[in-house]
Write a protein that binds this ligand. Sequence first.
Ligand SMILES: NC(=O)c1ccc[n+]([C@@H]2O[C@H](COP(=O)([O-])OP(=O)(O)OC[C@H]3O[C@@H](n4cnc5c(N)ncnc54)[C@H](OP(=O)(O)O)[C@@H]3O)[C@@H](O)[C@H]2O)c1
Length: 333
Amino acid sequence: MAIDRAPPQFYALFVHKLAIGVLGASGYAGRELCELVARHPSARLAFASANERVGASARFGGTEHTFVAAEDARLGDAALVFSALPHGASAQWVSAAHAAGAKVVDLSADLRPGSSAACVPYGLTEHARELVRDAEIVANPGCYPTVTLLALLPLIARGLVAPGATITVNAASGVTGAGFSPRRELMFAEVAEDFRPYAIGNTHRHLAEMRAVLAELGCDADLIFTPHLLPVARGILATITVPVAEPIEDVLAPWREHYAGEPFIEVSAEIPALRDVVHRNVVRITATVAAGVRTPTIIVVAAIDNLVKGAAGQAVQNANLLLGLDETMGLPA
Ligand SMILES: NC(=O)c1ccc[n+]([C@@H]2O[C@H](COP(=O)([O-])OP(=O)(O)OC[C@H]3O[C@@H](n4cnc5c(N)ncnc54)[C@H](OP(=O)(O)O)[C@@H]3O)[C@@H](O)[C@H]2O)c1
C-alpha cells in the first residue's frame, strides 16, 4: 500500500515520529537511551538533559544534540520521558514530566519495589507486560535485579524453589554499572587486570528491590547477593545457586516453557558469556544440576548488558508498550 494512500493511522505510523525526552542524557544509561531513541523508527529525540555538562554536545543517531538543564527541558512537548537521573533526584522529575502530560519510564530506584515511594508498575517486561501496557509511569528494574529475577522467575512460578531455601547470587558487572561520576576505586589502574567483590555481607542496595519482588511472588526464600566488579566496560554475568523442592529431570524445561516465544530471552544449553549479550537487549540463560550435594540444587547462569537489557533497552521495551507500539521496535535483539 502506498503511504500517501494509507488510512490516517497508518500514515501516522509511517511518517509521524513521537517526541521522546531523556533526562540524565549525558550519563551512561542516558546516552544509551538517546542512541536507541534517535535510531527508533517511530521516535525522535525531543530533548536531552544534563547537570554539570549542560551546554556540551553529543551525537546520537548521527545528529548532534546539545544537553539542556532539566529545568529548561520542554517536558510537555514529549509523548514520553525517560528519567535516567540518579536515585533521589529522579522522583520529582518523574512527577513533573507526568504532570506536563508525558508518560514516563523511570530508570532510577526511586519508585521501584522496596523503596518507600513504590507505587507504579514494575517494568520487568516479560513478567509485567499487561500492567506496563496500561500504565502512565513505569519503574524500570535495576540491572542486577533484571538478570537475577529473570533467571529465577521460571522456578518460582512452578513452586520449585525449596521452601525456606537460601538462594545465592554471585554476579559480576562491568564498570559502567557504577555510573559516570569519578571515583578512585573505579580508575583504570584500580580496575584493570583485577577482580573483586564489593558490598559483601548482603548489603547491596538492589537487595531491597529483589526481596520485595520475591515476596510479592510468594517465594519463601532468603537471598544472599554478592556483586563483583569486572574489569570490562559493560555486561553482567550472574551465577545463581537455588536449592529446589524436588529433582528436575529436564533441567532447562522450566525456562524453555516459561519463556517460549519471548523475543529477548535466550535459553541455551551453552554457558552464557558476556560476548553473547553485549550491545543486545537480551538475557541469555542456562541451568544445570549441581552434582555431589544432598539437597537437590540447580545452578543458573544468566548474562545481560547492564546498559541495554539492564537499563536503556528494557526501558525502550517498556516505552514501546506504553506508547502502543510493537514491543520489539528499535531494539537490538
Ligand atoms: N549504569 C547502569 O548500568 C544502570 C543500570 C540500570 C539503571 N541505572 C539507573 O539509571 C540512572 C542513571 O545511571 P547512570 O549510570 O547513567 O548515571 P550517570 O552516568 O552518573 O548519569 C547521571 C545523569 O544524571 C545527571 N544528573 C546528576 N545529578 C543530577 C541532578 N541533581 N539533577 C539533574 N540531573 C542530574 C547527570 O548529568 P551530568 O553528566 O551533567 O552530571 C547525568 O546525565 C540511575 O538512577 C541508575 O541507578 C543505571
